[in-house]
Design a protein around this ligand. Sequence first.
Ligand code: GLU
Length: 273
Amino acid sequence: MFRALLALLFCLPAAGCGEDNPFPAGSTMARIRDRGVLLVGTKFDQPMFGYKEPSSGRIIGFDAEMARMVAKDLTGSERNIRFIETVSRERENFLTQEFVDLVIATYSITAPRARLVGFTDPYYYAGQDILVRNGDTRINGVADLKGKTVCTAKGSTSIDRIREDVPSARLVTVDAYSICVPALMTERVDAISTDDTILLGLLHQHPDTLRLVGKPFAREPYGMGVRKQDTAFRDYLNGLIARSLRDGAWDRAFKATIGVTGAAPDRSKPTAR
Ligand code: GLU
């Protein structure tokens, strides 16, 4: 008790805060441990992955569970976490400007992004799919998007793929996917296209009015984003991801979140190293 009080009084962040910090001095892990709170960039409008529950303000979903796992390992409690809303186009900025320690936000690992930020190994595999109005029988695959109006988010891989695969589609681009839903329901757009994870969450909110086409046309490996030079933090996170795949934590997070939509874990779960 006395020692803890002393530590609190005299613990200067630059000093590494003494013996009870198990992480290498000067590392991002040690800094977060000393600060006592993990700052995570995540989505707030994607049910099942990163969603701010209106009634409680709690952030729920698979990405939120992964973030809590990191907070627990670093600080001793999953409650030592601050979620900061990070929409698709802001993920690289929020890392390089140091607004967040890491980004866990349906963030696909791509070569252009990896020039700006560091990525962990994949912790989830999604696939790009299409969401339409339930009564609309015209769209049953990516080729049917020709000449149609498609809503998706700025700064996403989803935009690039529609541009490449269906150049005649008319793109409506927004900051966050939830903005596409009223546009789809009021027939201002014909479809929403992005990862099946996100679309399943949106469908879950409107099961009677919307329909998932269900033919994923690209594989999206999700990584946790860190600052580019911070290989020690990346390696530490890779260790945590590998452990979660082996010890059942990944499966529990899946079952409690995206799993309730009927998504198949065998397609999404990376193989444990
Ligand atoms: N996973 C894709 C991406 O990172 C699409 C989903 C999103 O925008 O978060 O761009």
